[in-house]
Design a binder for this molecule. Structure first.
Ligand code: DAK
Length: 258
């Protein structure tokens, strides 16, 4: 399907989604968010796709929600339409792994979108921030919640209250990003990570994603039980027999998502 605000390519089990509003530094407007949810849900349903990568341009992953689109809205409008709730919920419903490949600015809703992905690989030029405070509002899609879980209260408060940007090195030190690479190598690294994930059984990657995400929502005891049950359940799959059999036979596993 052709999109107005995205470029989507599917190759070798990887769905690459490039945010494409260069004139607005990929600001997230209603159209882009709707198209992004549509592209992600299509990838989630597509048996050929095993991993998704979301990226932007070299200058900006996304500079936030579209300020021009939002600025004149009233409280009643944003409350009644429950601005961004649908996109936020639909993003959380995606079961396949999603990597955010971040170059340049990931600000406001852009930083929140990256954090809603499963992990972030950053170019050494990446800049993360929750500058909504400068606009007389606060973060609305995870900047006070997910960021706090990623980097702890002190840094999350600093980012949300001062609106300052965090560079890639600080973001890696703080645990916001999983790895930093030279900006020019960002897509090679992100696609390489996606290819590694795409080699696995999709049943296992969905289970792994679900188990890690569960740790945010429950106690340690319940989380450990949940993880154990998923682990047990994977013994019902052909892919578990194939994975363990291949190890014992000293060959590469050929997973068939069964
Ligand atoms: N929205 C709309 N347009 C934007 C934009 C944005 N967020 N960011 C940049 N642009 C546009 C600029 O207006 C400019 O357009 P023209 O003037 O050329 O037409 C073009 O992109 C290039 O930007 P600049 O000329 O400003 O480029 P610079 O290199 O000088 O500066 C910058 C780059 C990223 C530092 C700067 O553009 C900037 O500060 N941008 C705004 C960053 C920001 O404040 N982001 C937070 C937005 S608020 C919610 C959920 C989420 C949210 C809200 C509610 N609910 C669930 C209720 C999220 C809110 C936000 O993200």
């Amino acid at each position: 399907m052709a999109y107005e605000t995205l470029i989507v390519e599917i190759e070798d089990h990887i769905c690459l989604i490039k945010l494409n509003r260069p004139d607005a530094l990929n600001a997230l407007n209603t159209k882009l968010l709707a198209e992004l949810c549509d592209a992600l849900e299509s990838a989630d349903k597509n048996d050929k796709v095993r991993c998704v990568v979301i990226t932007g341009s070299e200058k900006a992953f996304a500079a936030g929600a579209d300020i021009k689109e939002m600025s004149s809205k009233s409280y009643v409008e944003v409350f009644m339409e429950d601005l961004f709730a649908d996109a936020s919920n639909r993003l959380m419903g995606i079961r396949k792994p999603i990597i955010a490949a971040v170059s340049g600015y990931a600000l406001g809703g852009g930083c929140e979108l990256a954090m809603a992905c499963d992990f972030i690989i950053a170019g050494d030029n990446a800049k993360f921030g929750q500058p909504e405070i400068n606009l007389g509002v606060i973060a609305g899609m995870g900047g006070s919640q997910r960021l706090t879980r990623y980097v702890g209260k002190s840094k999350a408060m600093d980012m949300n209250l001062t609106g300052r940007f965090m560079d890639a090195e600080e973001a890696e030190r703080a645990g916001l990003v999983s790895r930093i690479v030279p900006a020019k190598k960002l897509m090679d690294e992100a696609m390489g990570a996606a290819a590694k994930i795409a080699e696995k059984s999709t049943i296992s990657t969905l289970a792994a994603k679900e188990a890690v995400n569960r740790s945010y929502e429950t106690t340690l005891t319940e989380g450990l039980k949940y993880e154990r049950r998923l682990f047990h359940a994977l013994f019902a799959t052909d892919d578990q027999k194939e994975g363990m059999g291949a190890f014992l036979e000293k060959r590469e596993a050929q997973f068939r998502d069964r």
